[in-house]
Design a protein around this ligand. Structure first.
Ligand code: AMP
Length: 285
């Protein structure tokens, strides 16, 4: 097990990546905000399988957080993260400070229209612009051939794929399945915020989605019926406060009215106490 290099300077990572490219080595990038769990590990594992070199970025990106969000309290544990990366054979942990990424007079953003103003974009208006900007920077710094993203953040995956397509970026985006706890709760660094009581309530998200998925497996195609089934299941849990329950087409994320006829994303956001959780499934892809 070799120790990954931990580097904070973008130019230093770029220099190593340039050398790797010269040697004809392929590079996989896994962008994360750290506090790594088995969901992240599955992405890193796949990146290591498919590439000669792996760069994991650990960066709590300030420009994707709104003013009343959890930027300051976001959990951090570089030592534990380093152990995860070492056990997966990661070559570089890119761990910049905000000043390394956004020095004085930072003026350039990358923004994707339309599909960033729905679902999570409704309550997090600047979020995806922050994500696409940082992901662009991370891709340019690491010179990656492939970048790995979880289906857990389904809208993020759709937005990043759209950006890469629209801007002819020469990188492959690899989507990876959601990794869950035994009781079905999707693994997330933010699950740490849940009290014991809230943690017991949290599997309601997966329960509601599973019910909808079963219904669709049995042939149900009415989008309102699917939304209603999920909403009713969530409402059985007193601690659950629904932000949205959506059935949208998988590419442009427009609400499906009437019957589901093509690939859809069924996505929800729910507050349990003060913690905002998201979950989803894709159908018909
Ligand atoms: P984050 O550190 O939360 O920004 O997540 C970094 C990457 O890991 C994103 O592409 C997420 O979609 C992915 N990820 C987070 N949780 C999971 C999970 N439970 N299963 C699969 N991928 C995940």
């Amino acid at each position: 097990m070799s120790e990954p290099q931990i580097i904070s300077n973008p130019a230093e990572v770029q220099k190593i990546a340039r050398q790797w490219k010269k040697e004809g080595l392929s590079i996989g990038l896994v962008p994360t905000m750290g506090y790594l769990h088995d969901g992240h590990r599955s992405l890193i594992h796949k990146a290591a399988e498919q590439n000669d070199r792996v760069v994991v970025s650990i960066f709590v990106n300030p420009i994707q957080f709104g003013p009343n969000e959890d930027l300051d309290s976001y959990p951090r544990d570089l030592e534990a993260d380093t152990a995860v990366c070492a056990s997966e054979g990661v070559d570089i942990i890119f761990h910049p400070e905000p000043k390394d990424m956004y020095g004085e007079h930072f003026l350039t953003h990358v923004a994707v229209d339309d599909i960033t103003t729905v679902l999570c974009g409704k309550t997090r208006p600047i979020h995806f612009r922050g994500v696409t900007t940082v992901v662009n920077k991370l891709m340019n710094i690491s010179k990656a051939d492939r970048a790995y993203f979880g289906q857990k953040d389904a809208q993020q995956l759709v937005v990043v794929k759209r950006m890469v397509k629209d801007l002819n970026m020469d990188i492959e985006i690899v989507g990876c399945p959601i990794v869950r706890e035994e009781d079905g709760l999707a693994k997330s660094s933010r699950n740490k915020y849940l009290s014991a009581e809230e943690r017991k309530a949290a599997p309601v998200l997966n329960r509601a989605l599973t019910k909808a998925h079963d219904l669709m497996d049995a042939g149900e195609r009415n989008a309102d019926k699917i939304r209603q089934t999920i909403t009713e299941e969530l409402q059985k849990e007193p601690l659950a406060d629904i932000e949205y329950v959506s059935v949208v087409d998988a590419e442009l994320l427009k609400d499906v009215e009437g019957e589901v006829t093509g690939p859809v994303l069924v996505a929800i956001a729910v507050r349990i106490g003060t913690t905002r959780l998201i979950d989803n499934f894709s159908f018909g892809e």
